[in-house]
Design a protein around this ligand. Sequence first.
Ligand SMILES: Cc1cc2nc3c(=O)[nH]c(=O)nc-3n(C[C@H](O)[C@H](O)[C@H](O)COP(=O)(O)O)c2cc1C
Length: 335
Amino acid sequence: MSPDLRARYLGLELRNPIVASASPMTSNVESLQRLQEAGAAAVVLPSLFEEQIEHEEMATHDLMLYGAELGPEAHGFFPEMAPSGTAIDKYLQLIADAKRTLSIPVIASLNGYTPGGWTRYARQFQEAGADAVELNVYFLATDPADSSASVESRYVDLVSEVRAETTVPVAIKVAPYFSAFANMAQRLVAAGASGLVLFNRFVQPDIMLEELEVAPHLVLSTSDELRLALRWIAILHGRVEASLAATGGAHTPEDVLKLLLAGADCVMIASSLLRHGPQHVETLVRGVRAWMSEREYESVTQLKGSLSQQSCPDPDAFERANYMKALKSYTSEFA
Ligand SMILES: Cc1cc2nc3c(=O)[nH]c(=O)nc-3n(C[C@H](O)[C@H](O)[C@H](O)COP(=O)(O)O)c2cc1C
């Protein structure tokens, strides 16, 4: 009998645990359709960026001031002129189009780091039909006066604010750079996050030696990156009351299986889609199914978390003990 691949993420029913993560692959209805046809169980749209919104709000404000200076008869035109065709309008349209065309859940994504008025857009995502909202937080604390406590509060406040604006589930995608990640995860969940997306992958700058310039350097992931999410999902599984999505380094059916065994509710993929195209979802689903059949697993539910820290025979393997063992057992022909 074919194993039951159904999964649940943020309370949403998924036909399998594979979700297309935010990337250019989810930015238009045609490729969203291809992803659905290839078997993707849900899609996360690319993020709407805080900077985009701020920039446009400032432009609108300037235009309105300019209109006011022109005199009362001119004023009425400007507020209507400015916002049409803005990033938010286009984004809401993408949500609506995706919802009209697809039968799988559509998750909209908001990128920012400051709690504030812009979080009201999360409600508009919901009104446009989004099944859930993912907060993609990309913030680097570079100010030496900015303490970890204040940075952490900002994350927590952001979740509460968006939670207060919406009734659909809210997930938060964060980077792993917290000194007490398990505690942070718990606080985010207490603030109202229904899901944690682990982990955000920061674009690192690089120095171009020829041009003597600093430029962003975006590289697609490899399966080696998987183990960061693997460790933390294994540690958090059964410890936080929230869905856990793995993102970063899932390329093969084996990668997906490992993350499920660690306790992921779903596995998100971006790089492997950009490298191989939407059809890659089918390869992953087929591979996961074949492996499960061979080992007589009946369902993803049965398999999920069976090697999480709480369930695995050697819980230390996810912690420090592994470190010493790994260092001591490394061999090289030169050392
Ligand atoms: C070109 C590109 C664009 C991306 N855009 C977004 C985005 O808009 N919002 C977001 O949360 N993540 C974005 N990501 C991150 C991916 O969703 C994903 O979390 C990350 O690439 C790690 O997964 P992977 O190893 O499967 O690529 C982007 C990644 C790539 C490669």
